[in-house]
Write a protein that binds this ligand. Sequence first.
Ligand SMILES: NC(=O)c1ccc[n+]([C@@H]2O[C@H](COP(=O)([O-])OP(=O)(O)OC[C@H]3O[C@@H](n4cnc5c(N)ncnc54)[C@H](O)[C@@H]3O)[C@@H](O)[C@H]2O)c1
Length: 281
Amino acid sequence: MQQEPLSQPPTSPELFSLEGKIVLVTGATGLIGPHHCAALAEAGARVVVADLDKNRCEQVLQTLPAGAGHLALSLDVADPAALAETRNLVLQQFGRIDVLVNNAAVNDMFENPALAAEQSRFENYPLEMWLKSIEVNLTGVFLACQILGAPMAERGSGSIINIASTYGIVGPDQRLYQKPGGAQVFFKSPAYPATKGGVLNFTRYLAAYWGKAGVRVNALSPGGVANGQDDWFIQNYAQRTPLGRMANPQDYKGALLFLASDASAYMTGANLVVDGGWTAI
Ligand SMILES: NC(=O)c1ccc[n+]([C@@H]2O[C@H](COP(=O)([O-])OP(=O)(O)OC[C@H]3O[C@@H](n4cnc5c(N)ncnc54)[C@H](O)[C@@H]3O)[C@@H](O)[C@H]2O)c1
């Protein structure tokens, strides 16, 4: 009797391929977003490049491997109506969403350096900043999952990646923001870690809720990215980091591709930490 040929398991390149997949990246035009978009497009995906400013989305789109039919659109993740419009547009154009990357966030800054240390003290931290961070970083992720993730759950497959932070896992080390000699330049926000910690546990909630629906929900926690900061800060950060440096914005491409693709098919509710060892000590 002739035996059925054994079915071949996917090869490693097949596991990491996003050929034909539709992915949407929020906050896509900042420091790291364009590299997320590049990682996904280079793996074969059609990328919906979404951020507040449509022109900047177009610019990022122009940098992606050509010919794959990407889409640029303006999207405020804190606005349910805008998210619903985006969902309708993407479903109309592509028929589905396979991967959602919730990357948009605010990381508040104090404009006047002379006042920053005083204004950023926890005792003085403004309620408006707290509320703005909650609105974008936490409510924005909740709304994007609810409105853009629901069609994934209806289709029975998808991968959602919520971008968190090392500061969702540990509290900020305020010594990092001290110049040599000890002057505190500013204090890291209390809202940012609170929202990113919330994103991590919301990720676990949704992973459990949508597991049976075939939608995987994971978090990616980056460490700090070098972006023209003062030398003293870069040195403080590097000294505190086992790998001895800050991240480059492209250091997250591999992890993002892993979470987006079938390479992580048996992974949900997890937090993939890519931080040069920051949270290991
Ligand atoms: N850069 C870092 O060192 C670092 C470290 C850890 C985690 N992260 C996280 O990685 C992600 C990307 O960081 P980044 O450094 O590229 O930040 P960024 O500030 O450069 O970019 C964030 C993007 O989000 C967009 N955005 C803000 N509010 C929005 C809204 N309401 N709707 C839609 N888009 C909105 C902004 O326009 C911006 O383009 C964020 O979630 C951030 O918290 C960054």
